[in-house]
Design a protein around this ligand. Structure first.
Ligand code: GCW
Length: 717
């Protein structure tokens, strides 16, 4: 072979290999517009899709136009400019569309809200329109999704609007680029190089968020650093905000309550002090000179050592309203967190947030929204819904989920969280009788709320695949989908994501979705079955630690939560115990209080139950618990089997990476089972039942394991 041919050949091979690697490393998320492999379908789509005609010249419309070009070119395997199918794809807002097209939407677009969209077949057009540019972009993504998931694009008449206003990621990212409870590398925000160096990844991040309707991002950790509010950093924040804006993604920051002292030179941060008020007013005004559409502040105050109004004898209302006043002229909001509990308060930690906030119902300003974690303790594998959701009819409430897996195995465990989110949204608060679900509280329909919101603590970092584990991309995706519409079905979301991310083969989709759905219960089973909670190791929270009982604050100790003794196990939160159930509506409280009506999945959350207590399946509590732990391990084994069967349907890179992760998950599921059962067995003094594998090591062995460098730990702890 002549030299030049050899060279060309090698070059070609390298190019092909490179593009393969790029296509399968997970970077493209669910937006990898691979050409449709089913040739009949491909031809059909090619015969239907014509040119894209975009009306309007905003940056957002430009992005929508570009997305359609890239998406169609990829999916249909030819340059989109050359498409000559029946229907041209017409995009634009109602105002910018040609009059003859716009006039066919007879009542304007009254069925959608400001961010909603309409996709409608009209003669030789498929029209994607909205009231705003961002609505058009959302519609463009939805249209592409139809092709990605291989649905019909004929006779379309789709209207869709988000049901919740603020759909936001909370990054627990520090200015040194470490990420508290982050397991996917470092923070995306390269503060040192900003504002001049604009990593293309910033735009990819905004685009991915827009594709699932996420419209806000809090860039910084709730354990906050006031420096981000200084001009030096605001300039950097502005650079990010400018990149995110065309994608409808608003920037928010965490506001450190003591900032007036730390960066403002004041002697106090008392929210009722006139100088403090003025300082925040000026600071907010300054922020808006950099970022005219700045979203507002997220505040963690008087919680886990963060400063707050209580340092000055004031309360949450004083603190939140003071900031809200400064933000109101600019339509900014304050998201004030309800994650509070105190070492000086001896009451059950599960009750403390409610006790601190509910008496203030109706006192917060209109642009304050109280951000409440999904459950009353702290993002455990399973918690009952937070009682505050059924108790503050006159206050804006938003829900906070934790997408990053602080308590669910970090980024190595495949846990499909939208199933958990769905479970919480479906829970019934009974606040206005049966059917008063958490979803209705959060979307504002139960009480006619002015602002509504859903927050998710991000699982995103610098890892090439964004989330550390390919399948954890589904949690970012599913979070966005459910924040848009909390009534969606998590199983449908799993299938949709699988089709977009991997393959449309029906068998593959079913098997993968099945594995994802199972994973949610699996993690509960192998970590904290039957309502157990907070029994993880200390600090990094990696692995089991039910034996821990020596921490300075009682409510940090696992023994505080499981209360295992010779009689039984579990936290009595009924009237004979802490009476936390009284914080729920009477119907809900009655259900939890009664041992037989309390769902067994929440049993040990609400009751201290005897080891010999008979579960619904006839097993004693001890045997039932041991079998649940084993079931969790078996479920992971089943996930491994399923995945191994799919080798031929997945590219080698992702197949192998997921396979290795599942091996870790299996090992760690066994570790949890063995360590917890050995520890609890000291109290039950009962044998492991048939069907439960004997532990691999002694209890002492598990108790001595140390992981000083486990990821995600808070640098200051
Ligand atoms: O669960 C705890 C985490 C902390 C976190 C805190 C919170 C950001 O261990 O790392 O701090 O919750 O939500 O504020």
């Amino acid at each position: 072979m002549p030299k030049y041919l050899k060279w060309l050949f090698t070059f070609g091979v390298v190019l092909v290999l490179q593009s393969m690697a790029y296509a399968t490393d997970g970077y493209k998320l669910w937006l990898d517009y691979k050409t449709i492999s089913d040739s009949t379908l491909l031809k059909e789509y090619q015969s239907l899709v014509g040119s894209v005609q975009a009306y309007g010249n905003s940056e957002t419309i430009e992005k929508a136009n570009r997305e359609l070009h890239e998406g169609l070119s990829g999916l249909l395997g030819m340059n989109a400019k050359k498409l000559k199918g029946t229907y041209s794809i017409v995009i634009g807002t109602y105002q910018t569309l040609p009059k003859d097209i716009a006039s066919q939407f007879s009542n304007g677009l009254e069925n959608i809200n400001e961010e909603g969209y309409v996709i409608k077949s009209l003669g030789n057009h498929i029209v994607i329109t909205a009231k705003t540019d961002i609505g058009v972009l959302y519609g463009a993504f939805n249209f592409l999704k139809r092709l990605q998931t291989q649905r019909s694009i004929e006779n379309l008449n789709i209207t869709d609007s988000p049901k919740i206003d603020i759909r936001i990621l909370n990054h627990w990212d520090n200015l040194d680029r470490s990420v508290e409870r982050g397991y996917a590398g470092f923070s995306l925000w390269n503060w040192h190089q900003l504002p001049d160096y604009k990593d293309p990844r910033y735009e990819d991040y905004a685009r991915a968020n827009a594709s699932i309707g996420i419209n806000g991002t809090v860039l910084t950790n709730v354990n906050s650093n006031a420096l981000v509010l200084t001009p030096q950093y605001l300039e950097k924040v502005k650079a990010l905000a400018d990149i995110f804006r065309p994608y409808g993604l608003k920037v928010y920051l965490t506001a450190r309550f003591s900032a007036p002292m730390e960066i403002g030179g004041l002697q106090t941060a008392d929210p009722l002090d006139a100088n403090v008020k003025t300082w925040w007013k000026n600071k907010v005004e300054e922020i808006y000179t950099y970022i005219p559409d700045f979203g507002g502040f997220l505040v963690k105050a008087n919680s886990e050592g963060q400063p707050g109004p209580q340092n000055y004898g004031r309360n949450h209302v004083d603190g939140a309203n003071m900031m809200a006043e400064a933000l109101a002229p600019f339509n900014g909001v304050v998201m004030w967190r309800a994650f509070v509990y105190s070492e000086h308060d001896a009451t059950d930690r599960a009750k403390q947030a409610y006790n601190e906030f509910v008496p203030h119902d109706g006192q917060f300003k209109d642009n304050v929204i109280i951000q409440v974690k999904n459950g009353p303790i702290d993002f455990q594998p399973r918690e009952p819904f937070h009682p505050m959701f059924g108790a503050m009819p006159n206050t804006n409430l938003m829900i906070e989920f934790q997408i990053t897996q602080e308590y669910m195995g970090g980024a190595t465990h495949l846990v499909y969280q939208p199933k958990l989110f769905e479970e919480v949204f479906e829970a019934d608060t009974y606040q206005k009788g049966k059917g008063s679900t958490v979803a209705k509280v959060i979307d504002g329909s139960l009480h006619n709320k002015k602002i509504t919101g859903v927050a998710g603590v991000s699982n995103i970092g610098t890892d090439r695949n964004w989330t550390g584990h390919h399948f954890l991309q589904a949690n970012w995706y599913g979070f966005g989908r459910l924040a848009w519409d909390p009534y969606l079905n998590s199983e449908d979301i799993a299938k949709e994501w699988t089709r977009m991310t991997f393959s449309n083969k029906a068998k593959f989709v079913d098997k993968v979705a099945d594995m994802m759905i199972t994973s949610r219960e699996a993690v509960v089973n192998y970590m904290t079955p039957l309502g157990l909670h907070h029994i993880m190791a200390t600090g990094h929270h990696y692995g089991p630690g039910p034996w821990v009982g020596n921490l300075s604050r009682p409510e940090w100790n696992p023994v505080y939560y499981h209360k295992a003794d010779s009689k039984g196990i579990g936290f009595d939160r009924t009237p004979s115990g802490s009476n936390a159930t009284a914080q729920y509506a009477p119907e809900v409280a009655a259900m939890f209080n009664n041992l037989t009506s309390c769902p067994e999945k929440d049993l040990l959350w609400f009751h201290h139950v005897q080891w010999s207590y008979k579960l619904k399946n006839g097993h004693s509590l001890w045997n039932g618990m041991a079998l649940k732990y084993q079931e969790g391990v078996n479920q992971v084994a089943q996930m491994q089997t399923t995945w191994n069967q799919l080798e031929n349907d997945v590219d080698a890179q992702r197949f192998n990476e997921v396979k290795m992760m599942l091996n870790i998950q299996y090992k760690e599921a066994k570790w949890w089972k063995d360590a917890c059962l050995l520890y609890f067995q000291q109290f039950s003094k009962m044998e492991l039942p048939k069907g439960v594998e004997a532990p691999a090591h002694t209890l002492e062995y598990y108790q001595n394991l140390q992981f000083p460098y486990a990821p995600g730990i808070r640098p200051q702890w």
